[in-house]
Design a protein around this ligand. Structure first.
Ligand code: SF4
Ligand code: SF4
Ligand code: SF4
Length: 300
């Protein structure tokens, strides 16, 4: 497998070199369709979620991915470890201690945030990613060359790489059930949630709904709606009873991340810096941005 991966990396690097020389994609424009207010998204109310993990099962079923039996998802032992979405699970639920009420732990579903200004799309040199009119950030596996710039650029560390398909590279992430949502159907996770912890709607509706809940129950909620402005705004947004940074959320700027990565890419490509160097520089930039955001937050 190591050899395959190494060979695949070489293949990717050669493909990137070719793409960087031939690509006609405008690097200074993220592939974003429409007005963020028209985009649909989901409000995740972590104060309602019971950690049943039905959404994990439904997500895999909707994407024809291997699933354990439905009952296996009742196993709460998985909460002992912090998990991230990966190529075998496009969404996962993590559980956190609730110091106010230890009998009611806090469960947080994690998946792609479907950013209003997706840095995965602006980092992709072959234009494989696209923010669709309905809010979903999707990607085209036929265009993807497996360079993994999107993985480096994402402020939420969401895209993952299916290493089992080393000769046919595949990026995997939540696609907002685009096949369903494009037809007006609910995403599979929203559809199955037994306690309506997930609310589907357009962004203005979701923000109003979130503000109404906070107003009705100020003791229950942290005032912040995560995703209203974070990373320039995201289609998926969250409510919580405590500080989001204690619940695994990253400290991201309110500025859209693509502005910085695009400017650098544009400059680099203008001077034909080799793509491997770009990969390193983007990695360094994301590290610097995350560190700066952490320090900024620490100053508050
Ligand atoms: S969370 Fe990451 S992968 Fe998802 S749209 Fe935003 S930048 Fe792209
Ligand atoms: S929207 Fe679809 S792809 Fe995304 S987490 Fe929910 S079920 Fe999975
Ligand atoms: S299905 Fe709903 S309640 Fe169950 S873990 Fe997922 S979001 Fe939480």
């Amino acid at each position: 497998m190591r050899e395959l991966n190494r060979r695949n990396w070489l293949k990717s690097t050669l493909a990137i070199s070719a793409a960087s020389a031939l690509s006609t994609k405008k690097l200074n424009s993220a592939d974003t369709e429409g007005n963020p207010n028209d985009h649909f998204g989901v409000l995740v109310d972590t104060t309602v979620c019971i950690g049943c993990r039905n959404c994990e099962w439904a997500c895999k079923s909707a994407h024809d991915m291997p699933t354990d039996g439905f009952n296996e998802y009742k196993d709460r032992e998985v909460f002992k470890e912090f998990r991230r979405p990966d190529s075998g699970a496009l969404t996962v639920v993590n559980e956190y201690e609730n110091k106010v009420n230890p009998l009611l732990p806090i469960d947080v579903k994690v998946q792609c945030m479907h950013c209003d200004h997706p840095s995965c799309a602006s980092a992709c040199i072959v234009g494989a990613f696209k923010k669709q009119k309905n809010g979903a950030v999707t990607w085209d596996t036929d265009k993807c060359i497996g360079c993994r710039y999107c993985m480096v650029a994402c402020p939420f560390q969401v895209p993952t790489f299916d290493y089992d398909k080393a000769l046919n590279p595949e990026i995997r992430k939540c696609d907002f059930c685009y096949k369903r949502t494009a037809k007006g159907e609910l995403p599979a996770c929203v559809n199955i949630c037994p306690v309506e912890a997930l609310t589907y709607g357009n962004k203005p509706f979701l923000i109003k709904e979130a503000r109404d809940r906070i107003k009705r129950n100020p003791d229950r909620y942290n005032e912040k709606i995560f995703g209203e402005y974070d990373a320039g705004g995201t289609s998926w947004m969250y409510l919580a009873s405590k500080d989001f940074y204690e619940l695994g959320f990253p400290k991201v700027s309110t500025k859209p991340a693509p502005g910085t990565t695009e400017a650098i890419q544009h400059g680099i490509f203008a001077y034909f810096v080799p793509p491997i160097a770009l990969y390193s520089m983007l990695g360094g930039l994301m590290w610097y941005t995350n560190r700066k955001n952490s320090l900024d937050e620490g100053d508050k």
